[in-house]
Design a binder for this molecule. Structure first.
Ligand code: SF4
Length: 375
């Protein structure tokens, strides 16, 4: 097996996955088509278009939706910066699965302990970033009445669970799952296990199916938490947490390494229109070397960030229009300059509208965060 074929999952660093089938086989993730998706009232575009590729126990959630029984959807964000296209994917999944049933309850962790352990961001700074993150989440459609928002550093139940769970793991186990990491990151992994199992505590209505939408690189956390839930099943009655997995997103330069060191590659939901426009017009495309060649041979939308990461993943909801766009590119009917201008029209409209909405959400965001703050 060549070095480039090695699957490397690092929830805090750079992950490398070339082959999602092999990832699923290696770690026991089920293909998304194996879940009874037809029983869901509507399918999110991320599922329809294959960006959500796998799951563990999603059938438990679908069953709860169908039978009108309670379930939880759990996610969080490490408050280290504003929402961008990568983090927007998880936010949309969270909102979609929470909105599928009036019996669903969302749990949203502000992972300020992890932000400190990983990026040394002071807890108070995390609070400011978290408010901005919540504004985005609300503007994307989160119902503030159906979500429990908390900061890890202040949620005693999560901290207690992390402490309890620490009895069930050894240094060698953590090293086998995560590789050699500072102890603070191992600890924050236990805190995340506490986050994921929090909805099943008596304070939140007891054991219930719980879904965690994650990027493929976060699977080590899911495996660890499922293992812990198994070990503590007798004490707490835990149901193993379910998960859905989405593919890792490239940045706009076409690189898998979404890094703040390459600011032109990351489109933030808070970017000014001027900055967003620059990023989009310099994005990596599947265009040919010359216009003549492209007219003759067509473009390669499959590798183009405008087509895949922007239109398909995020900004063009209509499947029919997306298909037409694909064939316009593939047959050389459209060239990259015109195509980017067309995409920009859609994206700039979306960004302006989103930024208008998020500004109206500031007070609700502050209230959501303060409601669960210890005094
Ligand atoms: S025409 Fe559009 S979709 Fe096709 S390669 Fe160029 S930018 Fe990408």
């Amino acid at each position: 097996m060549g070095q480039e074929d090695v699957i490397r999952l690092d929830p805090w660093g750079v992950s490398s996955i070339k082959d999602y089938r092999r990832l699923m086989e290696e770690f026991g993730i089920q293909p998304i088509e194996s879940a009874p998706l037809k029983e869901l009232p509507q399918l999110h575009r991320l599922i329809r278009r294959g960006f959500i590729f796998g799951h563990r126990d999603l059938n438990l959630i679908i069953k709860a939706v169908k039978e009108g029984r309670e379930y939880a959807v759990m996610t969080g964000i490490k408050p280290s910066g504003d929402y961008h296209l990568g983090t927007k994917v998880t936010a949309e999944e969270f909102i979609y699965f929470t909105n599928l049933s009036s019996k669903a309850m969302g749990f949203f962790a502000i992972a300020d302990l992890e932000a400190y352990a990983d990026n040394k961001i002071p807890l108070e700074k995390s609070r400011e970033i978290a408010i901005s993150n919540l504004m985005d989440l609300l503007a994307l459609g989160l119902d503030p009445k159906r979500v429990y928002v908390y900061r890890q550093s202040e949620e005693m139940n999560v901290l207690k669970l992390a402490f309890i769970f620490s009895r069930a793991v050894t240094y060698n186990m953590m090293e086998a799952i995560y590789g050699d990491k500072p102890f603070g990151l191992y600890y924050s992994a236990l805190v995340q296990a506490g986050d994921i199992l929090l909805p099943q505590l008596p304070e939140h209505g007891g054991p219930k199916p719980t879904l965690v939408p994650v990027g493929a690189d976060q699977d080590p956390h899911i495996r660890l938490t499922r293992d812990i839930a198994r070990k503590y099943r007798e004490d707490f009655g835990f149901i193993l947490p379910a998960a859905v997995y989405h593919k890792l997103i490239r940045d706009l330069t076409g690189s898998m390494k979404m890094s703040k060191r390459n600011p032109m590659g990351i489109l933030y939901l808070t970017d000014s229109l001027e900055s967003a426009r620059k990023k989009i017009f310099s994005a990596f495309t599947g265009g040919r070397a010359t216009a003549e060649e492209q007219k003759k041979l067509g473009g390669t939308p499959e590798v183009c960030t405008i087509f895949v990461e922007l239109l398909s993943m995020h900004f063009l909801e209509d499947d029919k229009k997306l298909k037409e766009w694909y064939w316009d590119c593939k047959t050389g009917r459209i060239l990259c300059g015109e195509c980017k201008a067309k995409a920009w029209e859609i994206i700039s409209r979306w960004l302006s509208e989103h930024q208008r909405k998020r500004e109206q959400m500031r007070d609700v965001a502050v209230k959501l965060l303060e409601e669960h703050t210890l005094t």
